[in-house]
Design a protein. Structure first.
Length: 320
C-alpha cells in the first residue's frame, strides 16, 4: 500500500496541473520568485544558540520562512514530491559552501579521497509510513545528482536509523531536544563499510536546535572511533605476534570490541553531560592508543553539515 501511494503521488505530480509549493501559483512546481527565495542567495553559516555539543559546522541555503517554509512543508507533509529537485538543488549549494569552507577537494584541509557521502538524518519509521516517503533522504538524492552534474563526486549513504523511539519534537526547547535524541541514532549493520568510501556531509531539510544533526554526528563518529580502535589493536597485535598471525589477531580484536552493527554506535555523549568521548578515551578501554578523529582526515570523517533552511526564530521552539 505504501508503495502504491508513493507511485500515485509521483504520477500525479507529473500528469496533473501543479501549483507552486511556495506561493500557490497555478501550473508550476515552484515559481521563479519562490525559486529565488529558495536558492537565490549565498548559503550562510548557521550557529544555533545554545549550540549542542558535537555539532559540526552547518550551512543553510535559505531562511525558514514564508515561501521556503511552505515549500518544505508541502514536500514533507503533503507529498509534493516534484519539489525534491529544487529543494535538492538548494541543498547542493549549502553542501558546496560547507565543503568549500573546510577546503575539501581544493588542496586544502582534508584530502579529497573517495566520493562525498551525503548522510541524511532519518525520519522515524512512523513518520515515513504516515508521509509515504522520507523527505530528507529524497532531497539528499536530488542534491547528490545536482552535485554530480556540477562535477562533484557525490552519493547518498543512508546509513543512519532510529535506534529507539523518541518523543515528538514539536514544542521542545533546545535542552529537551538534546535529551530526547541522545543515543537515538545508530549506523546500520554494514554501514561502517559504506562510510569508508569517502568523507561525510550530514544533511537534513531544516535545522532548528541542531540536536538531530549533533546526534547524527555522534553516531558516525562513534563508528569511526570503533574502526580506529580495531585498526590500531590489530596492528599492535600483528607486531606482537608477527605478520603471519594477523588473521588470528584480527579475530581476537573483533571479539574484544563492538561489531559493525547496532552497538558500534553508542560510544559517546551521555544524558548527564552530553560529552562526546574522544577516540583516545574509547581506546583506553581496550588498552590501545588511537589518534583523535579530528586529526584523521580520512574517509568517513564528518566534514560538515548542510540543510535547505534555517531560522533563528526556530532555535528555541520548533514552530513547524
Amino acid at each position: 500500500m505504501e508503495g502504491v501511494r508513493r507511485w500515485w503521488q509521483e504520477l500525479a505530480g507529473l500528469v496533473l496541473p501543479a501549483e507552486c509549493g511556495g506561493c500557490g501559483s497555478a501550473r508550476t512546481v515552484l515559481c521563479p520568485q519562490c525559486r529565488a527565495a529558495l536558492g537565490g542567495a549565498e548559503p550562510f553559516r548557521v550557529r544555533p544558540v545554545p549550540e549542542p555539543p558535537g555539532l559540526p559546522a552547518v550551512h543553510a541555503a535559505a531562511r525558514y520562512a514564508d515561501e521556503v517554509r511552505a515549500a518544505l512543508l508541502a514536500h514533507k507533509e503533503r507529498g509534493a514530491l516534484p519539489l525534491a529537485r529544487p529543494l535538492g538543488a538548494a541543498l547542493a549549494g549549502a553542501v558546496r559552501a560547507g565543503v568549500g569552507e573546510v577546503g575539501w577537494g581544493e588542496g586544502e584541509g582534508p584530502q579529497a579521497t573517495g566520493d562525498l557521502l551525503l548522510v541524511p538524518v532519518p525520519s522515524t519509521r512512523a513518520a515515513v509510513r504516515a508521509r509515504g516517503h522520507d523527505p530528507a533522504r529524497r532531497i539528499a538524492l536530488a542534491a547528490a545528482g545536482e552535485l554530480r552534474r556540477a562535477g562533484v563526486p557525490a552519493r547518498v549513504a543512508a546509513v543512519l536509523r532510529q535506534r529507539r523511539a523518541v518523543a515528538d519534537q514539536s514544542g521542545l526547547g533546545s535542552r529537551q531536544r538534546l535529551d530526547n535524541l541522545v543515543g537515538a541514532l545508530t549506523v546500520v549493520p554494514g554501514g561502517a563499510r559504506v562510510l569508508r568510501g569517502g568523507p561525510v556531509v550530514l544533511v537534513d531539510d531544516v535545522i532548528t536546535t541542531g540536536a538531530s544533526l549533533a546526534e547524527a554526528a555522534r553516531a558516525v563518529r562513534a563508528v569511526r572511533a570503533v574502526q580506529a580502535v580495531r585498526a590500531d589493536r590489530v596492528a599492535a597485535a600483528a607486531q606482537w605476534a608477527g605478520q603471519g598471525e594477523i588473521g588470528r589477531c584480527e579475530e581476537e580484536a573483533k571479539g574484544a570490541l563492538c561489531g559493525e552493527g547496532a552497538t558500534a554506535g553508542y560510544v559517546g555523549i551521555t544524558r548527564e553531560d552530553s560529552k562526546e568521548l574522544s577516540g583516545a578515551e574509547v581506546a583506553g578501554v581496550a588498552g590501545v592508543s588511537v589518534r583523535p578523529l579530528e586529526d584523521a582526515g580520512g574517509a568517513g570523517d564528518v566534514l560538515c553539515a548542510a540543510v535547505v533552511a534555517a531560522s533563528p526564530d526556530s532555535f528555541e521552539i520548533n514552530r513547524n
